[in-house]
Structure formats: structure tokens, C-alpha cells
Write a protein that binds this ligand. Structure first.
Ligand SMILES: [Zn+2]
Length: 433
């Protein structure tokens, strides 16, 4: 049992909340003034577990190392150089340390958009070796993982994969599906999902194979969508329509699909995404870092798309901050305030549905996640309790319970008290510095 000094229940802060946990699930939630004997006390305000809807764990190795200049396309060259150096052993160590950083930030589920499948110029004996490294990393760090095994086939609209991209590429979508069939996951913390890297990297005639696999498996399907204008222009030239409209015509949209970024959309794209109930995962700190642009988040929500957020390239790893940045971006775009309420922002930061988990609420039957935010620091001094979720940041997180396990205590990761040193060491090793 965990007793929360305050907890976010049914859309509002409540004092003295007792959460009774049965294995990885919440059994019961009641309010009592004082902690009963045997209950662990969580100070501050406990929020539901946070969800990181879009991650490429290895991009964390680029933080501070890309010079802050150029474009998305020049940044991608640096990213490819890091991708080229990873093997299953270093991938596991890097991902475990990155996932530990996520857990310390209150993240209890991560959607890993994984496309680093093969060694340079060949195949691993076990074709799932790199995915298995991520599964082991998630187990190490105590985070739930939705492994979005990504279909990546071409350099762009049919052009063959080049250079490092060959590490990402399968022969076709059937070969991609074959690898997933080989993957056996024996963990309550891990589930498989599918991803289409983008309409650039998966030829149109191959997309339905991936969509069909995800439908048959009841697994989430994610896809990078319209992050860059150049992708829209190339799609228009190749298919005479936008990426969103192409995906719709291929049967790849719907409530089981999450479109990542959705930055450069026209009115019809917004109607197609919202009308089909397709989720949209916004990654505003990465989109700012890469100079992508600001997407139409308010219009997408109004059209019917559930919103989530992701830290993507991890230039910042702060899911509460991502949701706050979505609101900030809409204010900058519209030149007015108040696009998303506190609960709407918290819903983005706790959107586990698109990753296939019943989590994100402190309620019976949900995964037993609690993220306690300290209220005694200068940032939150004088902030009304009801406004804490839209002002708290990752470094205010003090305790994290994930699947009933108290994995962060007093700001330290229980399994990796040396999380920062581990992360620094593996990144320096990868860069040779
Ligand atoms: Zn991405």
C-alpha cells in the first residue's frame, strides 16, 4: 500500500489518498487522513505514471554533440554516425541508462520506435538481437516498453537504402513481419508494436502489410508523419497527395494508429486524422531542436485525434515539459492563451493508450504507477495545487512507483543509483571521448 499526501484523482488533487496495490495493478483507492501502519508514504503530489510516446533511445547520445547548427537533414548525418557504432551489447547498456533517466523523470511506459535492426553489411544470427537488447534494457531499468519494431525499406519513395540505412532496412514488409513472428516476449512489462518509419522509407504497396500485421496482432501502429515540408513535397510528387491522405488510402489510419509529429498538415489532413480517431504524438522539444515547425495541435484535438507526447531525440527528457511545450507552441502559433486545460495537458503526459497499456489514471484495475512531485522547492512555491501539473518538471519528481514497484526513492533510481555515471560512460565510449 502507498499513502499519498496528495494525489491527482478524477481530474483534481485530493489529500490523503491510499492506493492498495496487487502485483502490477491498483486494487483499490480510498481517502484517509493518516497513513495506516505498513503503508509507504509518498510526500508531495502523486500523479499517474507518465508516458513517453516516442523515443529513439540511441539519439540520447547526440545531446550537446550536434553543434546546434544546420537542418534536420544535417543533424541526421550525425545521428547515422552514432547508429553505425552500436552493437547489441552497447545498445543494451545505452538504452538501460537512457531508460533509467526516463524512470527518474517519472516515465513508466515508453514507446521505442526501433529501426536499428541489423549489423553493417549483414544479419545477426538472431535477427531480433537488437530488439532483445531493448527488452533487456527496459527490464534492467524498470520501465514498461512498447517495442515499436519499425519497417524501414528505402531511402525515399522507392530509392534503395544507402550507407547506414542498410542497418535499418529489411528486404520487404514480409521480411519485417517474419522478424516479428520470431520475437517471443515473456515479460509483463513489454509488448510488441509495429511502426512504418515514414512514407519516405516504406513504399506505398508495402504499407498495408504492416497495417494488417498490427490489426491482426491487436498491436499499436506508429508512423512518422509530415515532420518536414520536404517529405510532403516528395510525397506529392510521387503520389499526388499528402502523407496523411496516402496513409488513409492504404488503410493505415484509425484508433490503433499513432501519427508522430504531424507538423505540416493541411485542412484535409487534419480532418482525415481526427475523423479516423488516429492518435497524434507531438514531440515539441525535439521539433524545436531540429527546427521542424509547430504543428496544429489544437485543431487536431478538436477534430478528434487523442494527443500524446514524446521526447523523441531526447535533447530534453521531460514529459511534463513536453505537454507544457505543446500549450506554449499553440500560444505562439495562435497569439492567444489557454488552448489546453490542466487536465488536457496531463492527459497528453499520461497517454499510455497509444502504447497499448491500461495506465495513466490512479484507479482500480489500472497499472499501479505513482509519480510523486516534490512541492517544497522554489519552482512550485506558492503554486496552487490544482496548477502543479502544468508547472512541475522532471527534476521535481522524487518518487516513482511503476507496476507496483517503488523504483525511484528520494530522487534516486533503486537499481541504478549511479544512473548518471552509467549514461555518461556509455555515451563517451560511443564517441571515443
Ligand atoms: Zn522519431
Amino acid at each position: 500500500m502507498f499513502w499519498c499526501e496528495w494525489a491527482w484523482l478524477d481530474g483534481a488533487p485530493r489529500a490523503g489518498v491510499l492506493v492498495d496495490v496487487d502485483g502490477p495493478l491498483i486494487r483499490d483507492v480510498t481517502t484517509v487522513d493518516t497513513p495506516p501502519a505498513g503503508a509507504r508514504r509518498l510526500p508531495g503530489l502523486s500523479l499517474p505514471g507518465l508516458a513517453n510516446g516516442h523515443s529513439h533511445a540511441f539519439h540520447r547520445a547526440l545531446r550537446g554533440r550536434t553543434g546546434g547548427r544546420g537542418t534536420f537533414w544535417t543533424w541526421r548525418e550525425t545521428m547515422y554516425a552514432v547508429a553505425d557504432r552500436l552493437d547489441p551489447e552497447s545498445y543494451r547498456r545505452l538504452a538501460a541508462a537512457v531508460y533509467a533517466e526516463m524512470v527518474l523523470a517519472g516515465i513508466t511506459s515508453v514507446g521505442e520506435f526501433h529501426y536499428l535492426h541489423h549489423p553493417s553489411g549483414g544479419r545477426y544470427d538472431d535477427p531480433t538481437a537488437m530488439g532483445a537488447a531493448l527488452v533487456a534494457a527496459a527490464e534492467d531499468a524498470g520501465i514498461r516498453l512498447t517495442l515499436l519494431d519499425t519497417c524501414y525499406l528505402s531511402a525515399g519513395f522507392g530509392a534503395p537504402a544507402e550507407g547506414v540505412q542498410r542497418r535499418f532496412a529489411d528486404a520487404d514488409a514480409d521480411s519485417w513481419a517474419h522478424r516479428l513472428e520470431e520475437f517471443t516476449v515473456d515479460s509483463q512489462r513489454v509488448r510488441l508494436g509495429a511502426a512504418v518509419h515514414s512514407v519516405r522509407a516504406v513504399p506505398a504497396e508495402q504499407v498495408p502489410v504492416v497495417a494488417e500485421w498490427s490489426r491482426r496482432a491487436g498491436a499499436p501502429l506508429h508512423v512518422h508523419l509530415s515532420e518536414q515540408r520536404k517529405e510532403n513535397e516528395a510525397c506529392l510528387a510521387a503520389h499526388g497527395c499528402t502523407p496523411a491522405q496516402l496513409l488513409e488510402s492504404l488503410g493505415a489510419l484509425g484508433p490503433g494508429t499513432t501519427a508522430v509529429h504531424a507538423t505540416h498538415l493541411d485542412e484535409r489532413d487534419i480532418a482525415v486524422l481526427g475523423g479516423s480517431g488516429t492518435g497524434v504524438c507531438l514531440c515539441p522539444t525535439t521539433e524545436a531542436d531540429l527546427g521542424d515547425g509547430i504543428g496544429p495541435a489544437s485543431a487536431l484535438a478538436a477534430a478528434g485525434s487523442p494527443l500524446s507526447v514524446g521526447s523523441d531525440g531526447h535533447s530534453v527528457l521531460d514529459v511534463l515539459g513536453e505537454a507544457q511545450a505543446v500549450e506554449a507552441g499553440q500560444r505562439l502559433r495562435a497569439e492567444n492563451r489557454g488552448h489546453f486545460t490542466t487536465n488536457a495537458q496531463l492527459a497528453m503526459a499520461t497517454a499510455h493508450r497509444g502504447l497499448g497499456w491500461n495506465a495513466g489514471r490512479i484507479a482500480p484495475g489500472c497499472r499501479a504507477d505513482l509519480v510523486s512531485v516534490a512541492l517544497d522547492g522554489p519552482r512550485l512555491a506558492g503554486v496552487p495545487m490544482a496548477a502543479v501539473p502544468v508547472h512541475a518538471r522532471a527534476d521535481d519528481v522524487r518518487h516513482v512507483v511503476a507496476d507496483g514497484e517503488h523504483v525511484v526513492r528520494n530522487g534516486a533510481h533503486e537499481r541504478f543509483p549511479d544512473a548518471a555515471q552509467r549514461l555518461g560512460a556509455v555515451i563517451e565510449e560511443l564517441h571515443g571521448t
